[in-house]
Every structure is written in structure tokens, then in C-alpha cells.
Design a protein. Structure first.
Length: 370
């Protein structure tokens, strides 16, 4: 490091071989370093406090950098040790896993090669697996793709994956030992639409040995769906009924959402209200064309269930039917033209956006034409 004296001509000196103690304690410096050049000591004695402080900080910086480099080297060495230990553990675990796989394979070979003493013994062994059998035991002896006999597990999968918006609960369980029949009372609550859910309670008769559904009865059904599902439930096909009711709840929830979206969009410019138990949305707007004229648009969103006259044959799933009616000044427009407009816009934009465009075309023709 070079320093320049303020009282003499500029002269470069070096203190690379001097420590901080040489500057701070000159007497100690004379005792320990008698051979120090007198000219260098004279130059250092001319340093002010700021320059001494800078020199001290520089030495501390170099010491800290040295310490940091030492710590980094130690960290790197420890990391290398950990990498070697992890590699050794993985190799050991791989050997254990390979050993387990080999043992499982040998167990499968021994099971497949073992032969029952007789057909009667084999039949007896299979019949011992029923709905109350431990799940692990059933999986070990299972060799087909049929549903599991464990009723609780089947209900949990039905609840969590197949019908996520249905709450399924077993109210009671009775068993008739002489006839080998199990009687379950199961409640199905369809709650996709939280403001208007519906429930159906079934009494189900199962054959105890293989959990086969023998018959079922309806104990209770919500009034808001009782009439709509009457013909569907009369088919006595439990799987079709359950799936159809689930799809009915899905379409109904979507219809409510679409109607509510249109109401929120148009309520400031027109009068909106529901009819036909929520199946029709009526929108009225008063315009001034040489006087007061009322335009009335009715959007019908019906859900057709299995068994109804308009339902296609061999179709058990519910379907939606959308149509519109339009009046201007009390005079009704031609229905054929309205159906063509409705079908074209829904096909082009989808149900939600298509109905929004229908409202713009029918209720705001002056604005829409711009």
C-alpha cells in the first residue's frame, strides 16, 4: 500500500512487511523490529487517524477472507463425505429391494404351483371371502377384475371418486343369518346445488356371501325431485337411477348458475323473474319507439328425464332442452325463426355465452345492430 506525505515531495513507500502493531505502538516496534528502516517509520508516523483506521480495517478484511476460505473448504469436504455415504446407502437399499422383489416372485410361483386337494376344498376356500373379510386377505386371493367385496371400501371410493357431490351414509345394517341376506338402509344426498339439495333413502337387500344386490326399495325422497324422478325410478335399474339423478343434479346446478348470471347482467336495464319452478327466466324491457313498448323474452331451460315422452328411446341419462319465446308490444314472434336463432347462437358460442347473445339480440336490437 502506498502513502504520500503532505509536507514533503511525493515519494512511494511500501509497508507490506509492517503489521498494525508497528503503527499503533512505535516503542514496541523498536524493541521487536530494530532493523526496520527509519525512513519507513517516519512515513508511517505521519499517518492520521483515518488512514490508521483504514489500515486496521484492511487487515481485518484479509483475516476474515482467510477464515471464510477455510470454512468453505471444510464445508466442501463435509459435502463430499455425505455424497459418498448417500451413495453407499442407496446401493444397500437397492440390494434389499431387489431381494424383496425376488422373494415376492418366489412366493407367487409357490402359490401358483400349489394345487388344492380337491375341487370342493377350492370352492370352500373361495367362498370364505366375503364383504367382512380383511382387505389385505381379499387382495391376496383376488384373481379377477370384479369389484371388491369390502363394502366400506366400495362406499368410500363411490363417495370420493365416482360421485364427489353426493353424500353417502349407511343409516343401519341388519343381517338375516338363516337366509344369508344383509339389509342396508343407505341415504344419498345430492348437494352440488347447496341452496337446493335433494335426498333419496334406499333400503337395499344384499346376498351376504358375495354382496350381490337382490332388490331395493325407496323409503324416502325429497319433494323437489319426487315427481321428476318418478318414471326413472320405475325402471328398477339402480345403477341407471343413481347416475341419472347425479347428472340431473349437475344440469340443474348449471341451469341455476346460467340464469343467475343473466339476472346479474340485465337486472339494471330490465325486469327479471323466474317461472315454472325455476325452469323459465322472463326478462322484460320497456323501450321508447313512438311511445312505450315492452319487449318480453322468455328463456325455457327444461331437463328431460328418462321415460318422458320427449326423451329419445334407449336413453336413460337426462337431457336439457332450451327454447325461447319473444313478444313485442304483446305480439308474439314466429316460433320457428326464434328456434333457428336460438340453435345457431348456442351452437356457435355455447350455452352460457349463446344465451347472453340471445338477450342482446332480442332485448337490445338498436344497441346490438351498431
Amino acid at each position: 500500500m502506498d502513502f504520500t506525505s503532505d509536507t514533503t515531495n511525493s515519494q512511494d513507500t511500501s509497508n507490506s512487511h509492517l503489521s498494525l502493531e508497528d503503527v499503533v505502538n512505535p516503542k514496541q516496534t523498536e524493541q521487536d523490529n530494530a532493523d526496520v528502516d527509519e525512513d519507513e517509520k517516519q512515513q508511517l508516523s505521519l499517518l492520521n487517524d483515518e488512514e490508521l483506521r483504514a489500515l486496521r480495517l484492511q487487515e481485518e478484511k484479509e483475516a476474515l477472507l482467510t477464515r471464510r476460505n477455510t470454512l468453505l473448504q471444510e464445508i466442501q469436504s463435509y459435502q463430499n463425505i455425505l455424497v459418498k455415504e448417500d451413495a453407499a446407502k442407496k446401493a444397500k437399499n437397492g440390494d434389499i429391494l431387489q431381494s424383496d422383489i425376488t422373494q415376492d416372485f418366489l412366493d407367487l410361483i409357490s402359490i401358483s404351483s400349489s394345487k388344492p386337494n380337491s375341487v370342493a376344498d377350492d370352492r370352500k376356500r373361495v367362498q370364505s371371502i366375503n364383504g367382512l373379510t380383511n382387505l389385505q386377505k381379499e387382495l391376496i386371493t383376488k384373481y379377477d377384475t370384479l369389484p371388491l367385496l369390502n363394502m366400506n371400501l366400495r362406499l368410500s371410493y363411490l363417495r370420493d371418486h365416482t360421485y364427489p357431490h353426493v353424500q353417502i351414509s349407511v343409516q343401519s345394517r341388519d343381517r338375516v343369518h338363516k337366509e344369508g341376506i344383509e339389509i342396508l338402509v343407505v341415504n344419498f344426498k345430492f348437494c352440488r346445488n347447496t341452496m337446493n339439495p335433494f335426498e333419496i333413502q334406499f333400503k337395499m337387500f344384499y346376498e351376504f356371501e358375495d354382496s350381490t344386490l337382490l332388490k331395493w326399495d325407496i323409503l324416502r325422497i325429497s319433494t323437489n325431485v319426487k315427481l321428476k324422478a318418478k318414471q326413472l325410478l320405475a325402471t328398477r335399474n339402480f345403477q341407471n337411477c343413481l347416475l341419472s339423478l347425479y347428472e340431473f343434479d349437475k344440469i340443474k346446478s348449471r341451469k341455476i348458475g346460467i340464469f343467475q348470471n343473466l339476472i346479474n347482467l340485465l337486472k339494471r336495464k330490465s325486469k327479471c323473474y323466474l317461472m315454472n319452478n325455476g325452469d323459465s327466466l322472463v326478462i322484460e324491457r320497456v323501450i321508447r319507439e313512438g311511445g312505450l313498448t315492452t319487449i318480453k323474452l322468455q328463456i325455457n331451460f327444461f331437463i328431460i328425464m328418462s321415460g318422458e315422452s320427449t326423451q329419445p328411446p334407449n336413453c336413460f341419462l337426462p337431457m336439457s332442452k332450451i327454447s325461447i319465446n319473444l313478444w313485442k308490444g304483446g305480439e308474439r314472434f314466429d316460433q320457428m325463426d326464434l328456434d333457428e336463432i336460438c340453435y345457431g347462437l348456442i351452437k356457435e358460442y355455447g350455452v352460457k355465452t349463446g344465451l347472453k347473445e340471445i338477450c342482446n339480440v332480442c332485448l337490445f336490437p338498436d344497441i346490438y345492430a351498431r
